[in-house]
Design a protein around this ligand. Structure first.
Ligand SMILES: C[S@@+](CC[C@H](N)C(=O)[O-])C[C@H]1O[C@@H](n2cnc3c(N)ncnc32)[C@H](O)[C@@H]1O
Length: 194
């Protein structure tokens, strides 16, 4: 048996972390667009460079508080981490300069109000802003959840939009399980060409 728990190809979030891993220490500005309970924010904060800045957004106060608690508990909170409550399309636009990594984990807060789901319209708007702000060789990563009605509509909208992104400027791909029942999460990956 190979002992490598953190490198299991079992779901979209795990695969996203594996793909992001080599980029995180090289990134100067990182953004978690949907911090929720802070798992992705903590993953980024634990690996980012000493002089990097990490922004984490969520529309819910509850998610910001939960992320702050996780970062504090894991001794990852610092003045280089900026937790901001609001809609990610508006907040991303306010970050000065280019951004190296942008991570979306779509859907709803598992422990919260499931009606506060990310929406197709805002998500596609935020991706468009991200495409303008992302640095050369920078990455936009989206985990999408087509297992619910709202999630399926959103995943289809993300896929349809990303298929129109010009190949000469961005490499766009996706990862999804093929043998899982129901509709497992999918991963969309965008890299701006250098
Ligand atoms: C699946 S959860 C994120 C999980 C999180 N990344 C983690 O590691 O725990 C999705 C989050 O998106 C947030 N959200 C929904 N619409 C949003 C928006 N327009 N801007 C920012 N966050 C939003 C929800 O409040 C929810 O917390």
């Amino acid at each position: 048996m190979i002992e490598m728990e953190e490198y299991l190809l079992k779901n979209a979030v795990n695969v996203s972390h594996m793909l992001l891993d080599p980029f995180i220490p090289r990134a100067r500005v990182l953004v978690d667009m949907t911090c929720g309970n802070g798992h992705d924010t903590a993953f980024l904060a634990a690996r980012m460079a000493q002089d990097a800045s990490l922004y984490a957004f969520d529309i819910q106060d509850k998610a910001i508080a939960s992320t702050r608690k996780r970062l504090c508990d894991e001794r990852l909170f610092s003045d280089r981490v900026h937790l901001l409550q609001g809609s990610h399309d508006q907040l991303l636009e306010q970050i000065p300069g280019v951004v190296d990594l942008i991570v979306f984990n779509l859907g709803y807060l598992p422990s919260g109000d499931h009606s506060l789901h990310t929406t197709s319209e805002i998500t596609v708007k935020a991706i468009k802003i991200g495409l303008h702000k992302i640095a050369k060789n920078g990455i936009i990563m989206l985990a999408a959840y087509p297992g619910t009605d709202a999630g399926a509509v959103e995943a289809n909208a993300v896929r349809a939009y990303l298929q129109t992104v010009p190949q000469k400027d961005y490499d766009v791909s996706m990862w999804q399980p093929l043998n899982q029942i129901h509709c497992p999460p999918q991963l969309y990956i965008v890299q701006k060409r250098g």
